[in-house]
Design a protein around this ligand. Structure first.
Ligand code: PNS
Length: 158
């Protein structure tokens, strides 16, 4: 059984994340979407809120589950027998940042491969910070996040 983890801040989850998660679910037997702490970011949504939004956003995708973890991603990967860490790449700046983490994770958890999936062109400019900014000013985010969590995100960020 090949298990993969899709780690991230997901503050909040976007259509770009969902696309990567769905494509990872085609490649692996089981995919865990992992809400994990990024020490460089101060998140707006709590880990519980982010997990709850993800649960709703992935409804109907059979082999995907949600978890949260506070610690080194490499430790989670080893503790849970993950074969791969899946990351989405939108741009060359994403790649530079992710490449460094991939090399560090390879050293810390040599049994797991980092797999990069290129973003769908229509999601290349979509980011959690864009969602926070649009919804924060009362804008419509329905083009950028799954339909069944639009209202919850807009209400929370307004
Ligand atoms: O969505 P993000 O914020 O770009 O995701 C980055 C994240 C959370 C995956 C990364 O910061 C991470 O792996 N954090 C856990 C702590 C850790 O393992 N840091 C070392 C990474 S090599």
């Amino acid at each position: 059984m090949k298990k993969a983890v899709c780690p991230g801040s997901f503050d909040p989850i976007t259509n770009g994340h969902i696309d990567i998660i769905k494509r990872a679910a085609e490649l692996f037997d089981e995919v865990t979407v992992l809400v994990v702490t990024n020490p460089d970011k101060k998140c707006v949504f709590s880990p519980e809120e982010r997990c709850s939004l993800i649960e709703k956003a992935i409804e109907g995708i059979e082999n995907v589950k949600v978890d949260s973890f506070s610690g080194l991603l490499a430790d989670y990967v080893k503790q849970n027998g993950m074969s791969a860490i899946v990351k989405g790449i939108r741009s060359s700046s994403d790649f530079e940042y992710e490449f460094q983490m991939a090399l560090a994770n390879r050293s810390l958890a040599p049994n797991a491969e980092t797999v990069f999936i290129t973003a769908d062109p229509q999601n290349m400019y979509v980011s959690s910070s864009l969602i926070r900014q649009i919804a924060g000013f009362g804008g419509d985010v329905s083009d950028f996040v799954p339909k069944n969590i639009v209202l919850e995100i807009e209400k929370r960020l307004k």
